[in-house]
Design a protein around this ligand. Structure first.
Ligand SMILES: [Zn+2]
Ligand SMILES: [Zn+2]
Length: 369
């Protein structure tokens, strides 16, 4: 029986190990996917640091991946009722087992808060099987939502969007951007860059990205930012003043926090106009607290603050549609410039943590250390 290699985070802060697994049994309704690429994102760094709760170490990370359907057992249909076929380029929604029966699913219609949901590469461990993208092959279990990826989208372009694009689709939905809006995006990582692109595509007429370093700010311009603010050469009050100056003295209609620093939430409140909207998407892990003045920052400003948790099928679906249509305008492909082998997964984590690249792409079929 051929063995399948996968990179495993055995425990927080432990070196990443490449381990071998037997080819799994493929039950009816499941698909064995040959992994072309997966990614190493900020969430994986948090997995490595032990910052996420409910993670069953050892774990095969890689919640987003693209590959080729190698074996399909029984009939597995996509959302349009078309069967997934062997040889097809596919991806999947990393969230599995959203129950559709709980209060959050049925009454609040907030399936990303469903307590039953499990996430590939995050809340499934290596003991559950090949359920993470840092593996030569993945088992896409029955009930997992599989999406064909048009061949016009290269796997590298898909990965350049990756989880950041899905998250950005959700954030933009929560932001309810109107034609002509001014939008500030705090953060120039993969989520922030895709937020800038989608804000622009949504009709925002002024998109301002605040972030660093230089190469990411240059990318932000390519992703649709009209203005960029370098956080290394400015301080908080100065940046809020800059935003007011760029928005006729009022502040931005919408501010999207996509950087993960708690103080950025306060900064967002200082940049938004009265009765504007702040969307918080960057605080996926608990990075601490921040002091606010509820009177001046929230009540008197009459602002709306919205959180964004996870993503559902509609977000990956819409992200793919937008990518297919706008990949010539938005350079997602450029984000997938650093490719690593499984043996280099530890290095990739380190490079992301140290911000040496915006996104690290893992290619399980690649050999070499
Ligand atoms: Zn539920
Ligand atoms: Zn991710």
């Amino acid at each position: 029986m051929p063995q399948i290699r996968a990179a495993v985070i055995t425990a927080p802060h432990a070196p990443v190990e490449v381990r071998e697994f037997p080819e799994p049994e493929i039950m009816p309704g499941a698909v064995l996917m040959k992994t072309l690429y997966s990614e190493v994102c900020g969430t994986d760094v948090h997995l490595f640091q032990g910052k996420l709760s409910g993670v069953p170490y050892p774990i095969i990370p890689g919640h987003v991946a693209i590959g080729i359907a190698e074996k399909v057992r029984g009939i597995v249909n996509d959302v349009n009722g078309k069967p997934i076929t062997e040889g097809q380029q596919i991806t999947y929604l990393d969230v599995h087992k959203t129950c559709g029966r709980c209060w959050y699913c049925l009454v609040a219609k907030a399936s990303t808060r469903c307590p039953e949901r499990r996430v590939y590469g995050i809340t499934y461990g290596a003991a559950d099987g090949l359920l993470g993208g840092w593996s030569e092959k993945m088992l896409l279990l029955p009930g997992l939502h599989i999406l064909p990826v048009a061949t016009s989208i290269s796997p590298e372009t898909f990965m350049g969007g990756g989880c950041g694009l899905q998250t950005a689709v959700h954030a933009i939905e929560r932001a309810e951007i109107q034609l002509g809006d001014s939008v500030v995006v705090l953060g120039s990582g993969p989520v922030g860059l895709s937020c800038a692109a989608l804000a622009s595509l949504s009709g925002a007429c002024k998109v301002i990205v605040s972030g660093a370093p230089d190469d990411r700010l240059a990318l932000a311009k390519k992703f649709g930012a009209d203005e960029v603010i370098d956080i290394r050469t400015t301080h908080e009050a100065e940046r809020a003043e800059t935003v007011r100056r760029m928005t006729d003295g009022r502040g931005a209609d919408v501010v999207i926090e996509a950087c993960g620093q708690p103080r950025a939430v306060r900064e967002a409140l200082q940049m938004v106009r009265d009765q504007g909207r702040v969307v918080v998407v960057g605080q996926y892990t608990d990075s601490g607290e921040v002091e606010l003045n509820p009177h001046g920052d929230i009540n008197r400003k009459h602002v709306e603050i919205r959180g964004v948790w996870g993503s559902d099928f509609s977000h990956i679906y819409k992200g793919l549609r937008v990518m297919e249509r706008f990949q010539d305008r938005v350079p997602w492909r450029e984000l997938a410039s650093r490719v690593y082998s499984l043996q280099q997964a530890g290095q990739a984590l380190n490079d992301i943590e140290e911000m040496r690249c915006a996104k690290a792409i893992l290619q399980p079929g690649r050999r070499g250390a």
